[in-house]
Design a protein around this ligand. Sequence first.
Ligand code: SAM
Length: 250
Amino acid sequence: MSMASGDTIDRIRGFWDADAAGYDQISGHYPQTPAEWAAWRGALEPLLPRAPSRVLDVGAGTGFLTVAVAGLGHDVTAIDVSEQMVARLAAKASAQQLAVTAIQARADEVPRERFDVVMSRHLVWTLPDPEGTLRAWRAVAPRGRLLLVESVWGEGQSASDWIRARGRRLARRLAAAPTGHHAEYDESIVRALPFAGGLAPERLVELVQRAGWKTPRLRRLTGVEWMLGRQLPWPERLFGTQPVYALWAG
Ligand SMILES: C[S@@+](CC[C@H](N)C(=O)[O-])C[C@H]1O[C@@H](n2cnc3c(N)ncnc32)[C@H](O)[C@@H]1O
């Protein structure tokens, strides 16, 4: 690990420590209703092995994937670089009596154990070395599966996605709705991240293969989009949700 990447990780950690308290405010970050949880469970369950399996959630944040997947009967180890995020996740898991181990750790320094699944949502864009990190995950799940849950945004968007995203942003601004983040990454962080501007599904497939994961599959999570879209306030609802998809590979 270079000094430069260590500095970047420290700045990223500071950002997410400050973000943790407000992160769960919007449904794009954390489900707000039983119906949203149900839609997510319906999307995730067919993508996982039969429970109980050993699952590693990387960049687990406040615990969205961890809580959903532990709730389906899997044993989840959750890691995140941010102490504040890990504290929130651990509190949720303990309140819900879920089989979860929560650890503060970097995404490229995963526990040296064996996992059936390595999963992550909304992390790859903020990794300084996404390919090397995905390779490190392969090493702890040589016979297991990768499951990435992603949204399409920024440079990954099609023209029509872009127009809808502009409409949504305007509607949220007019309604003074919370964005779910306390700030944006500063330039010094953005410069160190190859996908800080967004990552198209096509590029993610290539990246995953280069990192040693075989036979990637893509699926748009329309059930999740449907439920998130139904719960958007007006006039934001006119523009629908960001595309949400899963990539899994063996
Ligand atoms: C956009 S949030 C996603 C959180 C969660 N996966 C979710 O879906 O809500 C990104 C998370 O990745 C964590 N993170 C960022 N860089 C990381 C790294 N290099 N190693 C471990 N965690 C990291 C942050 O602390 C933050 O909790």
